[in-house]
Design a binder for this molecule. Structure first.
Ligand SMILES: C[S@@+](CC[C@H](N)C(=O)[O-])C[C@H]1O[C@@H](n2cnc3c(N)ncnc32)[C@H](O)[C@@H]1O
Length: 296
């Protein structure tokens, strides 16, 4: 079969079950042939070998059954960077890039207006593939005045940490990021400071607000999805740790789920009433992240 015919057949099979069928079909064929999507479009008349055709059809069958394309290609782009992913980690989502943008904005201001006398410590809680920590550290790596000192990428899942370490290595950030196991901020000593805390914790409710697509639940790790009864249990626990250990931080940013804005506001006013906090919406107008700035 020719490239254009295979793309068309992949497209018609996937489109029965999923949007973005043409893109998925292209991504998979480009991956098999080791070519770019642009190459496929420019060489539609080229013949594909029968073994590649068989492989393509088997991948399309997996997509039709609901498997994320990223687990088939083992790659996902996030904030313009390429990440290795497999079923041990959540597939990074585009909406999470908002956390990276906000932290970079904050750190750019530190570079511009700070006196540079003290470099900052950042922790990414529930790091998964390491996409957030790596994107931030990579952005500042080549700055003459990198504002970051140490970056900690923590997760409760050893499986996820293995994937994270692969990505740290692939991005050449071994000297900047340490990945290790911790139940949220358990690793911090009492009174210890951590200038920036970022978190995209599991936030799907197991009882209330159980908004989860079937293929997500079937294929992505449960430890990366569910956040207790109402979905916000892990955030509550992390806020409690901050309070009990009196963790000093300057900025904390976290992502939460659809319809959790009001509950998140209640939590923030309970735990951080002395501080400056706000909730921001994503591009679709859905409340998506909270930002807390500590007042000292
Ligand atoms: C929603 S995923 C986010 C992954 C990645 N940070 C991202 O933005 O794509 C949540 C991550 O939190 C981890 N996690 C779950 N419970 C945790 C806990 N108690 N302490 C630390 N990490 C936890 C999961 O293993 C998973 O990797």
């Amino acid at each position: 079969m020719k490239i254009c015919e295979l793309l068309k057949s992949g497209y018609s099979n996937i489109s029965l079950v999923r949007d973005a069928a043409f893109i998925d079909s292209e991504v998979v064929l480009a991956h098999i042939l080791g070519e770019t999507k642009e190459y496929l479009l420019a060489h539609g008349d080229e013949e594909v070998s029968s073994s590649d055709e068989l492989l393509f059809n088997s991948y399309i069958d997996r997509i039709v059954l609901g498997e994320p394309v990223a687990y088939i290609t083992c790659r996902k782009e996030f904030y313009g960077n390429d990440f290795f992913v497999d079923k041990r980690v959540l597939v990074p989502r585009p909406e999470t890039e908002m956390i990276v943008e906000k932290v970079i904005e904050f750190l750019e201001a530190v570079v511009k207006y700070g006196d540079g006398s003290r470099k900052l410590k950042l922790v990414d809680v529930g790091t998964g593939s390491g996409n957030i920590a790596i994107s931030i550290a990579k952005h500042f790596r080549d700055y003459l005045d990198d504002p970051l000192d140490e970056v900690f990428a923590v997760d409760i899942s050893e499986d996820a940490l293995e994937v994270c370490r692969i990505n740290i290595g692939q991005h050449g950030l071994e000297d900047k990021i340490q990945a290790f196991a911790s139940d949220l901020l358990e690793f911090l000593e009492e009174g210890e400071s951590c200038d920036i805390i970022v978190a995209n914790l599991p936030y799907i409710g197991e009882v209330e607000d159980r908004f989860v697509e079937k293929n997500v639940e079937d294929f992505e790790p449960n430890v990366a999805l569910f956040g207790g009864n109402d979905g916000l249990e892990l955030y509550k626990k992390m806020f409690q740790q901050i309070k009990e250990k009196d963790v000093k931080f300057r900025l904390m940013i976290g992502e939460f789920g659809f319809a959790q804005g009001e509950k998140m506001k209640e939590l923030l006013s309970k735990y951080f009433e002395q501080d400056e906090w706000k909730i921001e919406e994503d591009l679709a107008g859905i409340p998506r992240i909270f930002i807390v700035k500590k007042k000292y």
